[in-house]
Ligand binder design. Sequence first.
Ligand SMILES: Nc1ncnc2c1ncn2[C@@H]1O[C@H](COP(=O)(O)OP(=O)(O)OP(=O)(O)O)[C@@H](O)[C@H]1O
Length: 308
Amino acid sequence: MNESILVMNSVAKKFGKEEALKNISLTVHKGDIYGLIGRNGAGKTTIMKLITDLSKESSGGEISLLGTTKGTSGYQKSLQRTGAVIESPVAFNKLTAYQNMKIICIQKGIHNFSVIEETLEFVNLAQTGKKKFKNFSLGMKQRLGIAMALVNNPDFLILDEPINGLDPIAIIEFREILERINRERNTTIFISSHILTELYQVSNRFGFINDGQMIQELSKEEFDELVTEAIVVDVENPKAAVVVLKENQFKNIEVIGENKIRILDKHTPVKDINKLLVQNDILVNQIQKQENSLENYFTNLIKDAGGQ
Ligand SMILES: Nc1ncnc2c1ncn2[C@@H]1O[C@H](COP(=O)(O)OP(=O)(O)OP(=O)(O)O)[C@@H](O)[C@H]1O
């Protein structure tokens, strides 16, 4: 069975009379890059603040982190093995990346400053020299925030909306860094966003929250299964392709363009289609899974849960 890094069980949080979180339960497994997705005000930051003990939950419920329960003495030790960037990355405007990292090292009792260069290298900030934090791009600021959270090599990394406002190239760079942290440092990552298409690119599991409630938790495979509708094959001779596929028991096939056929059974193995067509001298240019839009899925999920 998968080892759990974070388990929240029926956790609630009220601000005055407002119920910001209503019985939230979620599980992050070791090795996950878990994407917490929810619109503005859904409760993402509140969840992260509860986990990191920046805020107290209302009565009932339980939070367990790296095998310890919040409220017990061991929890602080688990927090020392956790890095977090919540809300926006905080650093001194007039200091460089190196100087900001040095302050964090001192605060965390790390005396071996070689970790600074190493970590800055890891997040592609080693070449920023004398540039001050205030002159960094948003992507650079986010990456410095991560570097600061990584100095003590945490087992668990919490990142609140780190991809907000990044351009597509910065998102790709960001994804590569997260994947490296996850793979090379064995760090489990918990990351939030209100933009599913962006979170989709980096996460392997998802939790969808709306209005303080968990609507659905699922893996990327389960998610792909839900949004995939059909398989589209780009071939040189679509009519011949349909005949060959039908003769070999493939069903629900239609020609949808000059060079395209669509197979409405999303479970058909792509490699079998390719092999069969090539064996019958039909050239295949491309095979693609046709998907429902991710944002549509999210919007419908919220509607089904009673939101607008
Ligand atoms: N300190 C606070 N006092 C009162 N209400 C709060 C406080 N912090 C959060 N809330 C409320 O709790 C709800 C959840 O807020 P939270 O910041 O967790 O949402 P979020 O999903 O992180 O949103 P965003 O994407 O805008 O950051 C909101 O209705 C918010 O107004």
